[in-house]
Design a protein around this ligand. Sequence first.
Ligand SMILES: Cc1cc2nc3c(=O)[nH]c(=O)nc-3n(C[C@H](O)[C@H](O)[C@H](O)COP(=O)(O)O)c2cc1C
Ligand code: SF4
Length: 356
Amino acid sequence: MKKVLQDHFFIRNTRIRNRICVPPMVCYHWTDDSGIVSDRHVEHYRAMARGGAGLIIQEATCITQEGRLADSQLGIWDDSQIAGLRRITEAVHAEGCPIFVQIHHAGIVGIAEHALCPDAYTLRQGGTEKTGVKMQQEDIARIQQAFIDAARRAYEAGYDGVELHGCHSYLMCQFLNSRVNHRDDRYGKNPELFITEIMDGIRNIVPEDFVMGIRLGAFEPTLADGIRHAKALEAHGIDFLDISYGFTGEAEPEKPADFPYKDVIYAAGEMKRQVSVPVFAVNGMRVAEDARGVLAQTDVDMVDIGRSTLVNPAWAADALAGRDTGKCLDCSVCRWRIDADQCAGRKLLQYKRQME
Ligand SMILES: Cc1cc2nc3c(=O)[nH]c(=O)nc-3n(C[C@H](O)[C@H](O)[C@H](O)COP(=O)(O)O)c2cc1C
Ligand code: SF4
């Protein structure tokens, strides 16, 4: 049956109230080195829930201090952080919206001087070079346990589920990508093993209806690799696949010339043809017509509306009601990474609404 934006559906027992998802988007500088939730986080997530999103996936929230991308990133590495995280889940649930939290370790891309990586891979970025510290068995066990402990905290804080951060160059996708991971042990021969062992650990400690999905790279480095990973994780019980870019420096994106949306959306559609769990697509959808077009052309289950929801926290409600949603203006550097108050798209929308 043709999917439409206003459909509801279930992932385990969690009711997703429509097909519009707010994907994870870090808001640096709203916390400090403690990683504890601030009032600004609570109001930000409350506004997007009130704004009609079907599901919110909270920004990349760190499972260890060493695995952070920045020293002002939300944390879930300590029980003292649970009370603050619970403020977010309560605010979002009060608006009738479910919320998952993305749990994250950056691996070689992180701020640690001697950053962990599955292998001694050399990352070249912006004229700099950094070589990862190859993880030993005890490092692997420690980081896996940190993911499992983070999922336990997420459950205690009231989230409906977790999304494992398995893409965008971070630790899990460093294991999955064969150009990064040359290990000759079982974590090299079976690149999904680092993740599936974490999944087993999480399943052992959370109730059955707690959702566990993954944000997975489509091109890792090729689409055929991405599809293989998706099938392996589905066979191991993953609840949903949120498809984005993989270890970007090593990716080989592809799409037919006449496909009107991003290559990564095409890839999500190809994956959907090969798995039966819900698949989410993301990137570059700005207005309701884009979201409807992607549902119609790919059969994915969920459309992630990222920056345009930063512009307009009520993007979902406006799209469903046929109102002007406003849209992200694709600035060369998204201001939300530096100073959210400078978002040009949000300023323009506010100005237009004042003029109406
Ligand atoms: C400010 C900002 C922060 C982001 N943080 C995350 C993150 O924490 N985790 C993640 O998986 N992706 C993150 N992303 C990527 C978005 O989730 C999304 O995939 C991307 O913005 C493309 O979708 P869009 O065109 O709808 O914005 C971030 C993007 C932006 C602009
Ligand atoms: S700052 Fe620019 S790129 Fe970022 S959400 Fe706003 S309009 Fe879009």
